[in-house]
Each structure stands twice: as C-alpha cells, then as structure tokens.
Design a binder for this molecule. Structure first.
Ligand code: SAM
Length: 401
C-alpha cells in the first residue's frame, strides 16, 4: 500500500483504481464481478488516504466515531423516516421532528458527507439510496441491538486479558458484557420483540437481495440435483436438512426450481422461529436446538449450515458438528457450510467488520486454513471449497472417524 508521504502515492493509487475499474468493466461472470467490485472499493479507499497527509488521515480516522451516533440520533428524532416532499430544508425538518434546526444542520453535515442523504443547497436535503436503505427499521434495530457489545469491546478485552473472545469456556461474550446480561445474543433476541422483528426483517431483505441475483435463487448455491439427486432412491429419503434455516428460503427455492430432485426437505429451527414463520409448501419442519441435542433427522444426504458457525465460538461450533455425527450415514451423508471465508491477506473491510460483529457473540469469520483446522478437530474433513456468486463460499465436508 502506498504511504501518503510518498510524493507520487496519489498518482499510483489513482492508476490502480483505473486498472481495477477496467477489470470490473471487463468482468463477465458473477464471481469475477464480485471480486472486481470488492477490489475497486478497497482501492478507492486507498486513493482517498493517499491524497491526505498522515495527520489528516489520522484525524479523520480518530473522529469517525461521530458517524453512528449521528445516524442513530437522526433516526430516533424522525429525520430518517418518510418525508412529506422530495426536498426538505433544515427548518422544515425541525418543524417535522421538533428538533432544533441548527442541530439538524450539524447532524446532516456528518450524514451527507458520509453519503447518507444528498445536500442540494444550503440547509436543504434530499433522500438518496443510502439514506432510504438506512431508514429501514431493521438496520436501525440491529445497530442499536449490537452497539453496546461493539462499543464496550476495549473494556471487555482488557477485562478478559486480551483472550480471543470465544476461546475461554465460561467467559461471557462481548454481547453479554456490553449489555450487562447473562443472555446470549439469540436468547436476548427471543425476549426483545422489536429487535427480533428487526432481525427477521433483515434476514428477509437479505433473502430478497440474494434471490435478485438469479431466477433460481438459493437453488443455485450448490449442485443439489447433480450431487444429491443420485443418492435419493425413495421419496422417504431425506435429501436436505437446512439446520438453523430461518424462514426456509433455501428449501423453498430448491423445491420450486429443482423439480427433479426427489426426497424430503426438512427445515430445522428454534421453536420460537418456527412459530413466527410461514413454512414454505412442501417443506417439513423439525424444532431443534443444535447446541443442546443430537441431530434428530437421521441419514439425510445433506445437512446444510448456512451462516451458522460465524455466530459461534470454535468450541460451540464443534459441539454443533459433533451433535450431527450420530445422524450421518457413512458414504451417503455430507455436511455443507455456507459462509464468507476470509482470504489469508487483503480481507475486504466489509468482511473484517463482519468478523468483529460476530466476535461479540464469541464467533467470527474464518480463513480456509482455520476452517480446515476447525473441521478436523470436530472429526470432519473439508472436501471442497466452492466459490458462489456472492461473498459466500460453500464448504463441503464429510465425517472422518
Ligand atoms: C444468521 S441466521 C442464518 C439463517 C439461515 N441459515 C440463512 O443463512 O439465511 C442464524 C439462524 O440460527 C438460528 N439459531 C440460533 N441459535 C440456534 C440454536 N441453538 N439451534 C437452532 N437454531 C438456532 C437462528 O434462529 C437463525 O435463524
């Protein structure tokens, strides 16, 4: 990476941005487009740093902590919610919200310069794509729900002698410490209806976003037809169990689009989640707590864990896998894990941020090397790492007694 002290650092950074932009324009398949976008975004940030002196860059970095509180305050007082007309002045926003107009101008300076809302004139603003998306209650709910765990991370890490969160059994997670609660993230979510709705809503939006990428939606994440199809000999056979599958979106797409795939499709979730969802047609449900008991559905061809292990420490994650072993039929059953896998170097900022969000639950993202070690310790071997058309990788694993 260029140092901002080099005289030609900005030129070099700009040339790299140009080259990355050309790669993006030339990218054809979804995986190359994803990779090129991520690279361009990282290089654009590098360019931004390269045009600043180290002192300017450090000052901007140090004061960045104002952005989230301004977003939350703007949402709380009603600035983010629907506007009666396209362009609103600070004084109109003051009338609408009851907040002081001079305060609104100060908060809006932070937001507009961060890309949230567009400033169209003096003290005059319009919503834009980012402010509209950030006004969805799910985003605000999740920011609020997860803020204490993240903001009190320094105190937590000092109190735990800088152990990697999740590595010491019996230690509370940053989420528990930050919120002064004995409840785990999901236990707290179950007791907080607003936060739970926000979480469910965010999952639903994530589902629509993923489905928008292809007509086949989640049926594309793996070659279910080719890989599992031949293993199913009777309609009583279980083809796929989606463990912690939320609203059953993966199974819904498999049922809808892979009509030649025979066999039962089973959604497993916590009882409170199963009570709150509309189960897709043709999908069976089994209430299951994957930490507490052995996998109840025996001999399925495939057990899918999508975005599960990132929520849990290695110890808990390995318990989830060990709870699966008694159900596996040798030579028939496989485990599929779908998560973002961190590259060994040059991780995109978004992935690094997601890792810290997960850290507050004692979990985190893993590199391929860490996945192999994690699986091996639980008695599994990763047979393939398959890249998808999203930031996720499908890890195929089998039990190795
Ligand atoms: C991050 S979400 C992933 C949902 C879904 N697999 C997907 O990728 O869209 C994690 C899911 O795990 C479920 N979950 C959390 N703790 C669980 C437990 N102990 N047993 C079973 N499911 C659990 C949650 O209800 C939630 O739906």
């Amino acid at each position: 990476m260029s140092s901002p002290t080099q005289p030609n650092a900005a030129d070099e950074a700009f040339q790299r941005v140009q080259a990355a932009y050309s790669s993006l324009s030339g990218a054809k398949d979804p995986a190359s487009i994803m990779k090129a976008k991520s690279q361009l975004s990282s290089l654009a940030m590098e360019l931004s740093r390269a045009v600043q002196s180290p002192h300017e860059a450090a000052t901007a970095f140090a004061m960045h902590n104002a952005v989230h509180p301004c977003y939350r305050a703007a949402a709380d007082c009603g600035i983010l919610s629907q506007w009666p007309k396209e362009t609103m002045t600070a004084s109109e926003l003051a009338d609408k919200t009851g907040a002081d107009s001079r305060l609104i101008v100060r908060v809006m300076r932070i937001l507009t310069s961060s890309g949230v809302f567009t400033e169209v004139g003096e003290e005059s603003y319009t919503h834009n794509a980012l402010s509209t998306t950030l006004s969805i209650p799910a985003f605000l709910g999740m920011v609020k729900f997860t803020s204490p765990g993240v903001s009190r991370l320094p105190e937590y890490l000092s109190a735990t002698s800088y152990r990697n969160p999740g590595s010491t059994i019996g230690t509370s997670t940053p989420f528990q410490y930050g919120n002064s609660t004995p409840l785990t993230f999901y236990q707290a979510l179950a007791k907080d209806e607003k936060a739970r709705n926000g979480f469910d809503d965010q999952m639903k939006r994530h589902v629509s976003m993923e489905r928008a990428k292809s007509q086949l939606g989640f049926a594309l994440i793996y070659d279910f037809q080719g890989e599992i199809g031949p293993l199913i000999t009777s309609s009583e056979d279980v083809a796929l169990v989606d463990v912690g599958g939320s609203q059953g979106h993966v199974l819904e797409d498999v049922k809808k689009h892979l009509t030649n795939l025979k066999g039962r499709l089973i959604l497993e979730e916590l009882p409170e989640t199963l009570e709150s969802i509309k189960v897709p047609e043709g999908v069976e449900t089994v209430p299951y707590n994957f930490l507490e008991s052995v996998q109840p559905v025996k001999g399925a061809a495939c057990y899918l864990f999508r975005q599960i292990f990132l929520n849990w420490s290695d110890k808990n994650g390995q318990q989830i896998l060990r709870n699966t072993i008694p159900a596996l039929k040798p030579g028939h059953s496989r485990v599929l894990i779908m998560e973002p896998v961190l590259p060994p170097t040059g991780a995109p900022l978004q992935a690094a941020l997601m890792d810290i969000q997960m850290m507050q639950m004692g979990g985190g993202l893993r590199t391929e090397k860490q996945w192999r070690a994690f699986l091996s310790e639980a008695g599994f071997e990763a047979t393939r790492f398959l890249r998808s058309n999203s930031a996720y990788t499908v890890i195929e694993a089998i039990h190795k007694p």
